[in-house]
Structure formats: structure tokens, C-alpha cells
Design a binder for this molecule. Structure first.
Ligand SMILES: [Zn+2]
Ligand SMILES: [Zn+2]
Length: 284
């Protein structure tokens, strides 16, 4: 009899080998493949520019789309905006909106408890990335129930992997056309595909880890969430995490006009032309 290839921790979680192997591969590609390619071939200005553009596009897909629109219903949007945000978020390789948002709703419902998917009381590495390698027994269907009734969310869930592939294929095609040839395609794929994905992943991971460890708690000490304006600069405004945990329905994470919160600026700008509406603001 073949023994099951899982190991179990004290809370009953089991190691998720598919994610673990995928991350080992991505880490090797990032830390070995990208520098080696730089040494032998170099990268073009187009590669760096597209990496910056896709960092913003896919990062905002997560913060505006997955987080503020779907998880917290802090605003509504035209279906075309929602569709585009779901594609942008899918390109970030952070799972389908159905799974990401159900996990995030559970994070707010059970912050700092065993059922919190990225429980910061288990330490930096667990909340930053370690939780991804565990299949948790706390993934209850009630957190996904309402999301399953949304046809566009279910469509994105069904076609999640083709969407991910298109987000990696696009830099290759653009690099092939602009830089010229297969080597130009690979160079653009490595920066605007692989490195961009690694950077956006870590930007999101930082909210789950450092924003529950470093910073101030001006809005409440009900949980470990912290405000950090510094982290907002790499995460499109999500660093004001203590405000967000206290007033999670607000479309803003940084409520003051001077708070660096590009996600709220995008949502507000779209509302001026009628593409987003019913923006929820706390009266604080
Ligand atoms: Zn949230
Ligand atoms: Zn949090």
C-alpha cells in the first residue's frame, strides 16, 4: 500500500504539494533564470516598462477587483469593469476570485484565530507565504456561498487557468513583436511575466504578514491589524490595514485625502464617469 503524500500539523492542516512544487519552480525561475538571462542576453527598456505596467494592472485587479469590489462589496460597477477587473486579478496568479475572496472573508471573520487563513499570530513566514502550502480544514463553503451565485465569478473560476496562461503569454507575444524574435519574447516573458508575478504576489503577502505586525493601530485594537503608509506604496493603498479591519465595508483603505491609496482614486475616478457607483464611505 502506498502511503499518502501528506503530513498533518496540530490544527489538522495537510501539506498542499501541488502549490508547494509550483512555488519551488517559480522561485527557481525568479532567482536563477532571470539573473542568468540578464547576464547572457540582457533586457530591453520595453521589458522593464511592460513589467511596470502589468505590476499596476494585475495589482489593482487584486486590490480593486478581488478585494474591495468582490470580497467587501464596497462599491458596484458596470459589468464590463467587473469583467476587466476579474481578468486583471486572474493574471496575478493568486487563485480564482471565488477562492481568494472566500479565504479573505474568512480572514475578516476569524482574524488571528486558527480559522484565519493567514493567521499572523503564527508568525511572519506562515502569514506571508507558509499558509499557501497547507490544505486547511477551515475552508467552509459558507464563506463562498454568496460568491457562487454570481455568474461572472463562476465563469472566472472555471476559466482561471486559461486566464493565467493568457497573462503570461501576452508578455511573450508583445516581446516577440517589439523586441524581435523568440529571445525578445522570452526576455519580456521573464520580466513582465515571471518577475512581475513574483513582485505582485509578495505585495499582497505583505498585507497579510507585515500589516498585522508593523505599524500603528489608530482605529482599534480589536485584532492585530496595523496601519503602515510605507506598505501602501507597494500595495496600491492597502497598507492602511487597521482602518480597513475596523471599517471593512469602506471603499477607501486610506480615508484621508492625502493617504496614498491609488485603489480608492481609481474607484472614485470611475464613479465620475458612471462606471462605478454606490461607493460606501464610513462617516468617520
Ligand atoms: Zn479585506
Ligand atoms: Zn488583515
Amino acid at each position: 500500500m502506498i502511503a499518502p503524500t501528506v503530513s498533518t500539523d496540530a490544527t489538522g492542516s495537510t501539506v498542499c504539494w501541488s502549490t508547494t512544487i509550483a512555488f519551488i519552480f517559480t522561485t527557481l525561475a525568479t532567482f536563477l533564470g532571470i539573473p542568468l538571462f540578464w547576464y547572457y542576453y540582457g533586457y530591453t527598456a520595453f521589458d522593464w516598462t511592460l513589467m511596470g505596467i502589468l505590476y499596476i494592472v494585475t495589482g489593482m485587479g487584486i486590490t480593486v477587483g478581488y478585494h474591495r469590489m468582490i470580497s467587501h462589496k464596497s462599491f458596484e460597477s458596470h459589468p464590463a469593469v467587473k469583467f476587466v477587473l476579474l481578468i486583471m486579478g486572474g493574471w496575478a496568479l493568486q487563485n480564482s476570485a471565488l477562492i481568494w475572496c472566500a479565504d479573505h472573508i474568512r480572514h475578516h471573520a476569524h482574524t488571528d484565530e486558527d480559522a484565519d487563513p493567514y493567521n499572523a499570530s503564527k508568525g511572519f513566514w506562515y502569514s506571508h507565504i507558509g499558509w499557501l502550502f497547507m490544505d486547511t480544514p477551515y475552508r467552509e463553503d459558507r464563506f463562498a456561498e454568496k460568491l457562487r451565485k454570481d455568474r461572472m465569478i463562476m465563469w472566472q473560476h472555471r476559466y482561471y487557468w486559461p486566464i493565467v496562461a493568457s497573462g503570461l503569454f501576452l508578455p511573450f507575444v508583445l516581446g516577440y513583436l517589439v523586441n524581435g524574435g523568440v529571445v525578445g519574447g522570452v526576455s519580456c516573458f521573464l520580466l513582465a511575466g515571471v518577475l512581475r508575478t513574483a513582485l505582485v504576489l509578495n505585495s499582497t503577502f505583505t498585507i497579510n504578514s507585515l500589516c498585522h505586525m508593523v505599524g500603528t493601530q489608530p482605529h482599534g485594537k480589536q485584532d492585530s491589524s496595523r496601519d503602515s503608509w510605507l506598505i501602501s506604496f507597494i500595495s496600491f493603498g492597502e497598507g492602511y490595514h487597521n482602518y480597513h479591519h475596523t471599517y471593512s465595508h469602506d471603499y477607501r483603505n486610506g480615508p484621508k485625502w492625502y493617504n496614498f491609496d491609488p485603489s480608492k482614486w481609481l474607484i472614485y475616478s470611475l464613479s465620475l464617469v458612471g462606471l462605478t457607483y454606490n461607493l460606501y464611505r464610513e462617516k468617520v
